[in-house]
Design a binder for this molecule. Structure first.
Ligand SMILES: Nc1ncnc2c1ncn2[C@@H]1O[C@H](COP(=O)(O)OP(=O)(O)OP(=O)(O)O)[C@@H](O)[C@H]1O
Ligand SMILES: [Mg+2]
Length: 147
């Protein structure tokens, strides 16, 4: 597909606490990547990372945006939110660490696996956070899966 030789960019607003819309942005990202002809294993990795970051913004932040940029070589997902931020990133990155409430756990979230999954799924992962919010920058290299 020649489509992806053009830079493709979309930004999705994420609303805090809106569980009815949670997952819409990552579903759209998955659709766009498929349409651009990206390898399905790579689409799956990027979609998982997008979903985890989207859900984290819904649950843990005051809202933000998820931006998808695709160029010839790279998929980039940039998650930016306003909110309390993450006081101890090393701790938050550990598998099983979660501050999710009982009510959130009853919805099926709060296993403490979202951030570790984002790091595992992406080829480059950076996170920075302050009391004003969190920024997660993830990149995925196009073309290494199927050659
Ligand atoms: N965008 C964010 N803003 C503020 N805190 C966050 C954000 N993302 C993650 N955190 C904090 O980091 C912890 C770990 O996040 P992670 O996604 O790994 O697990 P979880 O969201 O609690 O559970 P799971 O993702 O498995 O449903 C969260 O419980 C929360 O305390
Ligand atoms: Mg999470």
């Amino acid at each position: 597909m020649d489509d992806r030789f053009f830079v493709h960019r979309e930004e999705y607003p994420i609303t805090a606490g809106d569980f009815s819309a949670a997952g819409d942005a990552s579903a759209r990202i998955k659709y766009v990547l498929r349409k651009l002809g990206i390898d399905s294993a790579l689409v799956r990795r990027a979609a998982i990372a997008a979903y985890e970051s989207e859900i984290n913004m819904v649950i843990h932040s005051a809202g933000g945006t998820l931006t998808l940029t695709v160029d010839r070589d790279t998929i980039r997902l940039l998650a930016r939110d306003r909110g309390p931020g993450i006081p101890d990133i090393d701790l938050a990155m550990q598998e099983g660490y979660s501050t999710a409430t009982e009510a959130i756990r009853e919805l099926g979230f709060g296993a403490g696996m979202g951030l570790p999954n984002m790091r595992r799924c992406s080829d480059r992962f950076t996170i920075r956070s302050s009391p004003g919010g969190t920024v997660i920058d993830m990149e995925f290299t196009i073309g290494k899966e199927s050659g």
